[in-house]
Design a protein. Sequence first.
Length: 228
Amino acid sequence: MAQRYYMQSLGLARESGIPGQDGFVMRTMSQQGMKLHPPEHCLALADTGWDRAKGRVDQQVEALFAVTHAHALAKTGQRQAALADVDRAYAALAAGADDEVPFWALVWGPPAATVHSRTAKVFETLGDRPNSARSYATAAASRPGATYARIIALDLVAQAEQQAKQGGIEQACATWSRAIDTMAGVRSARTLKAVRSLRSDLRPYRARGVRAAAELDEHARIFLTHHR
């Protein structure tokens, strides 16, 4: 069903005649596919989407294509090529600092924030947890809080997960607590699922008497009580 709607979206984008919008739909399909399908198919989508946008969109928008392509390359084990595309994305952001970004490229917030968040996923895929955590933190700090609270919260969740996997449980708990505070007023099945999973993940730390984990678990419990 999702694939069908994506294809309808692609058809509408082509009919619109807006330069780069069909490629942007392919970029989105590539990102969704990275969660569900073999990565080589996602790389082809990212490739084609970027080809349809090159020279037809402003630099900040092209940065979004470059960083998605980087993620697809990382998913297929092409480390150096992925990092090179991350550099291209940041160069495009800098070159297009004064661009007026079209509304359809702002779905996930300012392009810089999206590039930081997707770069975090590139580093995560490559096993570079410190850089991944830093990029998620930068992404969360780069979005307007009132408008993008849900996405900020999910960036913070991802940052906390990277910190925990490095053994920094107290630091991770502090980040997770910020994420839960950011979720206040947000209605999202995904954020609720993340908080429920957190409580399960905290059990081993609570059993070891980690105070930060116990305090965070109580924070999460209270949150879920008010957001069922």
